[in-house]
Design a protein around this ligand. Structure first.
Ligand code: TRP
Length: 452
């Protein structure tokens, strides 16, 4: 029975295939676009430091918790919670995840659309000749304020995501990530080396890596924690859903470790490109807004012979990295509708895809496209509420659910399958039951002061 069920859902071809797919979900605009932006806006190196601590102590804990739930229950978040704790209000967590998924997908696809737009722009030679910060600033401002263009790009991303998801897990996700992520990785290393050898790079590195503790604040911690969840795709059930496809003989701990490590590495490397280049172009480290990377990458490409080819390739690859993330966002609500409501995959993907598109339009129009949405900062608020708060609440609920409701003992049995020794057990249990939930609660309590 169990086997039949597993087969009907499909399982990952191998452990490596799972790691690639989960890393494909984690690695995306969160690393390349959102991370540098947050570093820039939240005091530079001090943010980086808090971020790394948050990933190691809290992110990794929650990642393992989600994978454990998923593999145990073999279901989408709502079904998984229902399976472990039937007819309880904990089911609401699953719904929170489903809603958060759609809402993140909406604004995320806007930023992903920009990457597609920049691929075309770069290929058509928009950044030829002497590329200055002023010029890239003007180009991004005009670009992101063109209402038809940004909506069209949003439609392209959501449309592609819907198409891939409607074709099923294995074919859709596995094939893409295996080939393209390694190419992106090599290109990022190459760009980081070029950026670090630019004149003035050192000044950027100081902002990025030498903490100025006078910039430390509750806001920094809130955003660093939120960014950790966002970048690792935690707090809304993505990793529950992905975990449900992992085989019982795989080691969940090392899988979680690899995904976390590669995700963090890419984010850190992205900063190694952005901040030296920013300093090279004579701008301070803290200028960042949502357009930061779109203003900075064209500058580094102009410093490489044949740069526009690299630039085009780069924007193409981050569009793909974004797509492997958007498909993981759409997968959660779709898996829910398929498993729990007996919808067909195609119908579920189309329905949720359309909803995400409609919800995304105000975000798309809030970088100058229309006055009203720009003034209301819809993009910012979607990102803040769903990309930070909602994920933090979700992560808190996951910790409490696994630590106290399902119970550490039963969760550990699941972890032991595929990893009978589990050396990090004492740390995981401590972090799951005390450290992570308490840290998240403190941050959530202080939100009022922070947002105000
Ligand atoms: N982690 C992805 C990124 O960094 C975005 C993402 C995909 C995500 N699935 C998620 C974020 C689930 C939060 C929750 O680009």
């Amino acid at each position: 029975m169990e086997n039949q069920e597993t087969n009907a859902r499909g399982t990952w071809g191998s452990k490596i295939a799972f790691i690639f797919a989960a890393a494909g979900s984690a690695i995306g605009l969160g690393n390349i676009w959102r991370f540098p932006t947050q570093v820039s806006q939240n005091g530079g190196a001090v943010f980086v430091l808090v971020y790394i601590i948050a990933v190691a102590l809290i992110g990794l804990t929650v990642m393992l918790a989600e994978l454990t739930i998923g593999r145990h229950a073999q279901k989408n978040p709502v079904g998984a919670i229902e399976h472990i704790k039937p007819r309880s209000p904990w089911k609401l967590f699953g719904y929170l995840g489903v809603i958060t998924g759609v809402c993140i997908l909406s604004f995320y696809s806007v930023a992903a659309g920009w990457a597609v737009g920049y691929m075309v722009k770069t290929a058509s030679g928009a950044f030829r000749g002497e590329v200055t910060g002023q010029m890239t600033d003007r180009i991004f401002t005009e670009f992101s304020a063109d209402p038809l263009q940004v909506i069209l790009l949003l439609a392209i991303i959501v449309g592609l995501t819907t198409f891939i998801i409607s074709r099923g897990v294995k074919k859709g996700i596995e094939r893409w990530t295996k080939i393209l992520m390694p190419i992106l990785f090599v290109l990022i290393i190459f760009l980081a080396i070029r950026a670090l050898t630019l004149p003035g790079a050192g000044k950027g590195l100081v902002f990025y890596l030498k903490p100025d503790f006078s910039k430390f604040s509750g806001t920094v911690v809130l955003f660093a924690l939120g960014q950790a969840f966002f970048s690792l795709s935690l707090g809304m059930g993505t990793m529950i859903t992905y975990g449900s496809y992992i085989s019982k003989s795989d080691n969940l701990v090392s899988s979680a470790g690899w995904v976390t490590f590669s995700d963090t590495l890419i984010a850190i490397l992205a900063g190694m490109i952005i901040f030296p280049t920013l300093a090279f172009s004579g701008q301070p480290g803290d200028v960042g807004g949502v357009g930061l990377i779109y203003k900075i990458f064209p500058i580094i490409f102009s410093q490489i012979p044949g740069g526009y080819i690299f630039g085009t390739l780069f924007f193409a690859l981050i569009s793909v990295a974004a797509l492997t993330s958007t498909i993981s966002l759409l997968e959660v609500p779709v898996a829910y509708l398929v498993d729990e409501k007996n919808w067909s995959r195609t119908k579920a993907a189309l329905g949720i895809g359309t909803l995400a598109f409609v919800l995304g339009v105000p975000s798309a129009l809030s970088s100058g496209g229309t006055q009203i949405f720009t003034k209301l900062r819809i993009f910012y608020w979607f990102d803040f509420i769903f990309g930070n708060i909602s994920l933090a609440v979700g992560a808190l609920l996951i910790c409490v659910f696994v630590g106290y409701v399902w119970g550490v003992k039963k969760a550990l049995q699941e972890v032991f399958s595929g990893n009978p020794r589990f050396k990090l057990k004492p740390f995981w249990v401590f972090s799951l039951k005390f450290l992570s939930p308490i840290a998240i609660i403190i941050i959530l309590i202080f939100i009022k002061t922070i947002a105000g």
